[in-house]
Design a protein around this ligand. Structure first.
Ligand SMILES: O=C(O)[C@H](O)[C@@H](O)[C@H](O)[C@H](O)COP(=O)(O)O
Length: 243
């Protein structure tokens, strides 16, 4: 783990998103140049989807055919449910660029190959996202109570130290059934990026900066091996100590 943590503060969420999108494109293009393929984990939420929309307009030097796309978490609902992160990502970006469908690894839906069996669906994704999986960038949104992916405070999923993917059946935030990547795989990522705006996130942002327990504030437990970047608007950054 590294203490190479950057906190970038923007005047608005739209500035935050456009800067993160440009940097995402550059980071992906660099990974493709250096390693042939880039591997990323996407996130839902307003800023996560806005970033994908920005990439649909301008994705710089990204070669969309050479990127492996995963998701950090997913709501276990039917594939056409507007709550699906996958559906939102397809509408925002993936339907508009030349991705290789074999490299787009959506988390199964509740009407997919495993039907309503969330454990079978979760195990299938766990086979895909294993201990060797290294994301060049793992994007994260964050809730006001500090949740990232579907890792909520004081839950078994947040405490998980070994398995890479787990099912959540009683999420405090609806819908209750979700499948989520866990800290062992998030923290194996080269870079972990938080996209966070709004005053209701300020306390969690400050708790992470103060290295709180991840059980209390899950956002405090996510770090990249090379870099951790917080893209913040002014209100989300309001409780950070002045540097
Ligand atoms: O799974 C969910 O219920 C949400 O997707 C959630 O995890 C979201 O990503 C964050 O709460 C940040 O969302 P905003 O960026 O919209 O605040």
């Amino acid at each position: 783990m590294t203490d190479r943590t950057e906190r970038l503060i923007f005047d608005s969420a739209s500035e935050l998103v456009s800067t993160a999108a440009a940097r995402f494109a550059a980071t992906v293009a660099t990974a493709q140049r250096e390693r042939g393929l880039a591997t990323v984990a996407l996130t839902g939420g307003s800023n996560g989807i806005a970033l994908l929309r920005a990439l649909a307009v301008d994705s710089g030097a990204v070669d969309w055919s050479r990127i492996e796309i995963y998701w950090g978490d997913e709501r276990f609902v039917p594939a056409d449910d507007p709550e699906r992160n996958e559906l939102q990502a397809r509408e925002a970006l993936l339907d508009h660029v030349a991705v290789d469908p074999a490299r787009v690894h959506a988390i199964p839906a509740s009407d997919g190959a495993f039907g309503d069996d969330i454990d079978a669906a979760m195990r299938d994704y766990r086979r895909l996202v294993c201990h060797d999986t290294v994301f060049d960038v793992h994007l994260l949104g964050m809730g006001g109570e500090g949740h990232v992916n579907s890792l909520f405070p004081h839950t078994d999923a947040t405490a998980e130290d070994d398995l890479t993917v787990v099912a959540v059946t009683d999420s405090p935030k609806p819908p209750p059934r979700r499948i989520t990547l866990t800290f062992p795989v998030i923290n194996a990522s080269r870079e972990v990026w938080f996209l966070v705006s709004g005053a209701e996130k300020a306390e969690a942002v400050a708790a992470a900066a103060a290295a709180a327990s991840r059980h209390d504030w899950p956002c405090a437990g996510a770090q990249g091996t090379e870099r951790t970047v917080w893209f913040l608007d002014r209100s989300a950054a309001a409780d950070l100590p002045l540097s």
